[in-house]
Write a protein that binds this ligand. Structure first.
Ligand SMILES: OC[C@H]1O[C@](O)(CO)[C@@H](O)[C@@H]1O
Length: 463
């Protein structure tokens, strides 16, 4: 129940990502009416802002992960939902832009807090499966928004404010459920030093069992953490102690976004249209379904097959699909069956994405770092994800105009680079304790005898 409750935050993230696509024409018309005739150029600007401001909110807030908890931030989501739902009470374009900005801000925080909380409460053997539920909730949110965004459901003249406003609804449910969920035992013990409360929390999470081994492991981590208290973002960037882990974490997130997945998501309807599909909206919903099914496959496999293998298979598979998509687009006019090649390549591209490169980056960052630097690492990785997502969203139409049918060759090249990087630099974290994972990275690194750098980190974060 704790994981379900937390993942309600991720559901809103996915819903907000997807909801803005279907009702574009209807909302643009509405903006034009409320702005008055003759103001059409500003409609385009207000529309682009309504889409993009969401990522800007996320980029800003991802730095603040750890400052406030999941319960407190729900107020942002409810306020954002109300602003969008009631946008006709004042200037709709301003209300929608403000609501999307606030919702982006909320989602930037959830995209860090949810994997962090799940990673901390999950038993070692299920950490991957439970961690992947964050992505599962995102993709269910996207699918839901695609379905309710159809014009005969809510994506029409009268109902679109409700369509946007509903994005805040899960926050209301989460507000009622969160007080029933146990606090993270690691947070209670390692950061707050409350051993008894941590024990109670473990018992609530795992039922009647002997929590001593878990508490002992946490005690060892606490002893380490006392040497390396909560580390600020700046000291994490400057520190050589965590450089390797940080590099891996950022590359995992870059590979997720620069794989080109959102080029498919944001522009799939147009891409399908170009590939000759007569009802592109339904093909887009088909992508949403495949997306959800393969995230479920990842949930089932990730603790057996491992993070490294699934990420490698996923990225390499996406690379091949990007090449197939290029071939499909290039020869579309010569052979009509090439439209099927493009379609199949898009569906497979998304499937490969969701078995590894989609879900894994979110929770692997929590696995790669111990309690001290974890919030700062999650903040940096989240910001990297949101920023690269924003860059792709803004630049893809221009890159497409420039490279035409060769646009996916660019992503194939990037995917190859990421596959090679992960092959050489990312260790398997499946089934390992946080202590064991840290040890993998410390191996081969020269640790100064007097631990000077850790002492410096400690004093800088205390300051
Ligand atoms: O399912 C696809 C979606 O997943 C994300 O990568 C988040 O993990 C989004 O950026 C993308 O739209």
């Amino acid at each position: 129940m704790a994981v379900f409750t937390a993942a309600l935050g991720s559901l809103q993230f996915g819903y907000s990502l997807g909801v803005i696509n279907a009702p574009q024409t209807v909302i643009e018309k509405h903006y034009a009416r409320s702005l008055g005739a003759g103001q059409h150029p500003s409609v385009v600007i207000y529309w682009s802002l309504s889409v993009a401001i969401f990522s800007i909110g996320g980029m800003l807030s991802s730095f603040l992960v750890g400052v406030k908890g999941m319960l407190m931030i729900n107020v942002l989501s409810v306020a954002a939902g109300l602003m969008m739902g009631l946008c006709n009470m004042w200037k709709p374009h301003i209300m929608v832009i403000a609501g999307r900005a606030l919702m982006g801000f909320y989602c930037g925080l959830t995209s860090g807090l949810v994997p962090m909380y799940i990673g901390e409460i999950a038993p070692k053997a299920y950490r991957g499966a439970l961690g992947a539920l964050h992505q599962l909730a995102i993709v269910v949110g996207i699918l839901l928004s695609q379905v309710v965004g159809l014009d005969f459901v809510l994506g029409n003249e009268n109902m679109w404010p409700l369509l946007l406003g509903l994005s805040g609804a899960p926050a209301v449910l989460q507000t009622f459920l969160l007080p029933l969920c146990p606090e993270s035992p690691r947070y209670l013990y390692i950061l707050l030093g409350k051993e008894q409360e941590a024990r109670r929390s473990l018992l609530r999470l795992k039922g009647a069992y002997d929590p001593t081994p878990d508490l002992e492991e946490m005690k060892r981590e606490k002893d380490e953490a006392d040497k390396e208290p909560r580390i600020s973002i700046l000291s994490l960037i400057c520190s050589s102690v965590y450089r390797q882990q940080l590099f891996v974490a950022l590359m995992m997130h870059l590979s997720q976004q620069f794989s080109g997945i959102n080029a498919i998501f944001y522009y799939s309807t147009a891409i399908f249209g170009r590939a000759g599909v007569s009802q592109p909206v339904y093909a887009t919903i088909g992508v949403g379904v495949i997306n959800t099914v393969f995230t479920l496959v990842s949930v089932a496999l990730v603790d057996k097959t491992g993070r490294r293998t699934l990420t490698l298979v996923g990225l390499a598979g996406m690379c091949c699909c990007a090449i197939a998509m290029t071939v499909g687009l290039k020869f579309l006019n010569d052979y009509s069956w090439m439209s099927y090649v493009s379609m199949a390549a898009i569906f497979l591209f998304v499937s490969f994405f969701e078995i590894g490169p989609g879900p894994i980056p979110w929770f692997i960052v929590a696995e790669l770092f111990s309690q001290g630097p974890r919030p700062a690492a999650i903040a940096l990785a989240g910001c990297c994800n949101w920023t690269s997502n924003f860059i792709i969203g803004m630049t893809f139409p221009y890159i497409q105009a420039w490279l035409d049918c060769y646009v996916f060759i660019l992503f194939a090249g990037l995917l190859l680079v990421f596959t090679v990087f992960i092959y050489f630099r990312v260790p398997e974290t499946k089934g390992k304790s946080f202590e064991e994972i840290a040890a993998v990275f410390q191996k081969g690194r020269k640790v100064p005898k007097d631990n000077t750098e850790l002492q410096q980190l400690k004093s800088s974060s205390e300051a």
